[in-house]
Design a protein around this ligand. Structure first.
Ligand SMILES: Nc1ncnc2c1ncn2[C@@H]1O[C@H](COP(=O)(O)OP(=O)(O)OP(=O)(O)O)[C@@H](O)[C@H]1O
Ligand SMILES: [Mg+2]
Length: 301
């Protein structure tokens, strides 16, 4: 057995040998702590009054993985996200973030954990009285970060979502899709390594919905972000589970389809029904699953 000090030294050596920088965000990839899941639910139970919402839900989101959560309205998808954020506490079971049991964390402890998390809401949830700049800068302004650094970060994030030109606009001047992208830019400030998406494409036209999915794919494949992506739109499933982002020879980010021979290993799907996970696995397995409930769901019935 190694002492904890020896282990630490060993880990540091591994990190030094294998650390690589992402060109855009400066994240470290291939760290020794990758084996620890970014998010883990262990036998989580939650009821509101008499109504059981989650009835023993367990899953793991590995580092750099996207977990797509499917389920009918009211099945507990947003509840799962609120539990991950520590906004709700389970009646039973545990929620772990980066290996840390946050189940009984106080609000102030949770604030620290949430610094590492970004949240993308359905409506974009922007502050209407603040400009795009101030919306994206919100977290940094709260922390009294120097304005020069704030501007740099805001510009970088708006560039990531391809909205640099909107920096001085007010939310009311933006289309629904642009608002959603500003919401994503805001969620990414501070380089969270966990990003939670709750129906981020609801109500958007198909091309705009696609750009939102592309952002999620870029985060997964280029930034190594771990995420939960709640959706009921099957098209999103196609994009996220069949396409990946890479840098081409000129260094531009391009999207490729996995095709017949590849199978993306960093994207998995969970389906929740009546408080239980009724499916967990790859998109290919979901499509070929014979369960009548799943087939109905996939066919939009
Ligand atoms: N704070 C609360 N108090 C009481 N019941 C709640 C509360 N929050 C959620 N619920 C109930 O829990 C169930 C699950 O809600 P949740 O918002 O997680 O569903 P969802 O899967 O996100 O649905 P949708 O697809 O419509 O967004 C619903 O029946 C909802 O009415
Ligand atoms: Mg919901």
């Amino acid at each position: 057995m190694l002492s904890s000090e020896e282990k630490k030294i060993e880990n540091e050596e591994v990190e030094e040998k294998t650390e690589r920088q992402s060109p855009e965000f400066g994240h470290s990839f291939f760290r020794a702590d990758r084996a620890v899941p970014a998010i883990e639910f262990k036998d989580v139970r939650l009821a509101f009054d008499e109504k059981v919402i989650l009835d023993g839900v367990s899953f793991k989101v590995r580092k750099g993985e996207t977990k797509i959560i499917l389920g009918r309205s009211g099945s507990g998808k947003s509840t799962t996200i609120r539990l991950t954020l520590g906004l709700l506490k389970p009646d039973d079971g545990e929620v772990l973030i980066n290996g840390e049991d946050i189940t009984y964390f106080s609000e102030s402890q949770m604030m620290k954990v949430r610094e590492n998390m970004g949240m993308v809401f359905q409506e974009g949830a922007l502050f209407d009285s603040l400009s795009v700049y101030d919306n994206v800068a919100y977290r940094l302004h709260e922390k009294d970060v120097e304005e020069e650094l704030v501007r740099e970060e805001v510009e970088r994030m708006l560039q990531f979502v391809d909205l640099e030109e909107a920096i001085d606009k007010m939310p009311s001047e933006l289309s629904g899709g642009m608002r959603r992208r500003v919401g994503i830019a805001r969620a990414l400030v501070g380089e969270p390594n966990i990003v939670l998406f709750d129906e981020p494409t609801a109500g958007l036209d198909p091309p705009t919905a696609r750009t939102i999915c592309e952002l999620a794919i870029k985060l997964r494949d280029i930034q190594d972000v771990s995420s939960i992506f709640v959706t009921h739109e099957m098209k999103n499933l196609d994009y996220l589970a069949q396409e990946y982002a890479i840098h081409d020879e000129e260094g531009n980010i391009v999207f490729e389809e996995e095709g017949e021979r590849l199978c993306l290993i960093n994207t998995e799907i969970i389906m929740i029904n009546e408080g239980k996970i009724i499916f967990e696995g790859k998109e290919e397995e979901l499509r070929t699953n014979r369960d009548p409930y799943i087939q109905k769901f996939l066919n939009g019935k």
